[in-house]
Design a protein around this ligand. Structure first.
Ligand code: FAD
Length: 477
């Protein structure tokens, strides 16, 4: 009898450009596709609510795609090592294949599993699939990790081009005596009481097919003009592929080559590929700094006098700060599980600098509400905004939320969409309703403090307070 091979799916919920699946198919053996809801200790995945919603649908889409190829996705919940042991014992599999992950807990689990399997004579093979470059493939001249983006990306671009993506495997053989798995519905990843996911359903199509459609639309309508338009949240310019990438429904090298094929040179393609480069850089940072999510990379920030103000944190979370661009962003996030990058920067800066609330509280809220919540990009970006990251915006550079709105949402399309109570204000006052004359407010049907909040802090005073706090903490940021 030919022994089956187990393909362990994680955040790589696709059939195309899936090196582990490809290698299993090439063995010509029956394939058991396995997905584990990992529990227990450091191995537990700690997805937030929106990410769990996405994951449910992405796993369902993968299961359906496998079913069309005659395979059943085996679902199991438990500690990875124990689940693998049990599946190996019941099926006689002697080979486990997976694509690599780079989170500290994921790396630790995979190393331990690989060693335990090898000790029992079970072959375990892992593959590069979820990054363009392995974190250890790109190194400084002294052989260490990069801490600054520009030289990192320069080194990436000087390295051999990422391989072309693999097609879906042509032949996949099912395993005739594959054991029964658990039911996805029983894992409780979908919200029920209440079902708050209506906005997510309206905004997204999780799954590999949804990712392909998104990419096609981006190549058609977003890429040309990306460099100029990517900072304007009122226009649908950026790819919105982040959740599809986060869940591995499309591989970064498929995206990399699709963009290069569509536009071999030029500022738009360069800018877009550099954004993919930021994703790589965040993973590179997390790999060398396993405590990225909890510890500021600049040590001096450990003593920063963060405030603790649950009411202000709640106002920020729910988009009730009185600053239109901030509120629009936080409402877009709450409603759709996603927020435009420019607005992520502005809302994050507002929390950390205007409210002096800790970046870890902001990162936690994003982790719970983003469908693209990524264990590397989320904390690395928060550290960047807070000024405590490796290659960070300096702390003293503090966004003025009204000016940011006027610059990047000048006609107010974004703010009017997410804060409809402000829609009647003329553009001139839209981003600073507190400064509008009473007659203008009246005409727009706006009562500050009633129909829309008055600002919860005054930006100039908040800015001075932030700079003073920084000064007290240390003189060097
Ligand atoms: P596009 O402009 O189309 O870019 C293409 C892809 O490149 C994105 O899908 C994403 O994978 C990657 N990318 C783009 N910008 C960045 C960036 N600055 N850093 C890292 N990767 C980038 N991105 C996440 O994927 N997950 C997160 O949890 C996350 N948290 C963030 C938190 C904060 C405070 C900030 C400021 C940014 C965060 N980002 C995060 C980065 C960025 O905002 C999103 O990747 C981007 O908005 C996704 O939209 P898009 O797919 O249309 O991007």
């Amino acid at each position: 009898m030919t022994r089956p091979a187990i393909v362990w799916f994680r955040r790589d919920l696709r059939l195309a450009d899936h090196p582990a699946l490809h290698a299993a198919a090439a063995l010509g053996r029956p394939v058991i596709p396995l997905l584990i809801d990992e529990t227990g200790g450091a191995e537990a995945e700690s997805d937030g609510g929106a990410a769990r919603w996405w994951r449910h649908h992405a796993v369902a889409a993968l299961a359906a795609a496998l079913e069309r190829r005659g395979l059943t996705l085996l679902l199991r919940r438990g500690a990875a090592a124990a689940v693998l042991d049990e599946v190996i014992a019941t099926t006689g599999a002697d080979c486990v294949l997976w694509n690599r992950r780079y989170t500290p807990a994921g790396v630790a689990t995979d190393r331990a599993v690989k060693a335990a399997l090898a000790a029992r004579g079970i072959e375990a093979r892992s593959f590069k699939a979820n990054l363009l470059f392995e974190p250890w493939e790109i190194a400084t001249q002294s052989g260490g990790p990069f801490r600054v983006f520009t030289p990192f990306w320069r080194a990436c671009r000087a390295a051999p081009l990422p391989e072309r993506p693999l097609p879906e495997p042509a032949d996949l053989r099912p395993c005739p005596d594959q054991p029964a798995g658990e039911r996805l519905d029983s894992w409780g990843w979908l919200p029920t009481a209440p079902d708050w996911a209506g906005g997510l359903r309206a905004a997204w199509s999780p799954g590999e097919e949804g990712a392909r459609d998104r990419l096609a639309a981006f190549l058609d309508r977003g890429l040309a003009g990306y460099a100029e338009g990517r900072d304007l949240p009122g226009r649908a310019v950026t790819s919105r592929l982040s959740p599809h990438l986060a869940w591995g429904e499309i591989s970064p090298r498929a995206l990399f080559h699709a963009v290069r094929d569509a536009m071999p040179a030029g500022a738009d393609a360069d800018k877009f590929l550099a954004e993919l480069g930021w994703r790589e850089f965040c993973a590179h940072l997390l790999f060398s700094q396993p405590d990225l999510a909890t510890q500021p990379l600049r040590g001096a920030f450990a003593a920063f006098p963060w405030r603790d103000d649950p009411a202000e944190l709640a106002a920020w979370q729910r988009g009730r700060t009185g600053y239109p661009l901030v509120d629009a962003g936080m409402r877009e996030l709450w409603e759709t599980g996603w927020m435009h990058n420019r607005v992520r920067m502005v809302t994050a800066s507002f929390l950390v600098k205007d409210l002096l609330l800790p970046w870890t509280a902001g990162a936690a809220w994003f982790a719970d509400t983003l469908v693209d919540a990524d264990p590397a990009s989320n904390p690395a970006s928060w550290q960047w905004v807070a000024g405590c990251g490796a290659d960070a915006a300096p702390f003293f550079r503090i966004f003025n939320p009204a000016l940011q709105g006027e610059k990047f949402d000048p006609a107010g399309a974004y703010v009017r969409r997410w804060c409809p109570e402000l829609a009647g204000l003329p553009d001139r006052w839209l981003h600073r309703p507190w400064a509008a004359p009473a007659a203008v407010l009246r005409q727009a049907g706006l009562r500050l403090g009633q129909t829309y909040p008055a600002p919860i802090v005054e930006h100039d005073a908040a800015r001075r307070r932030a700079l003073a706090a920084m000064e007290k903490c240390h003189g060097e940021a």
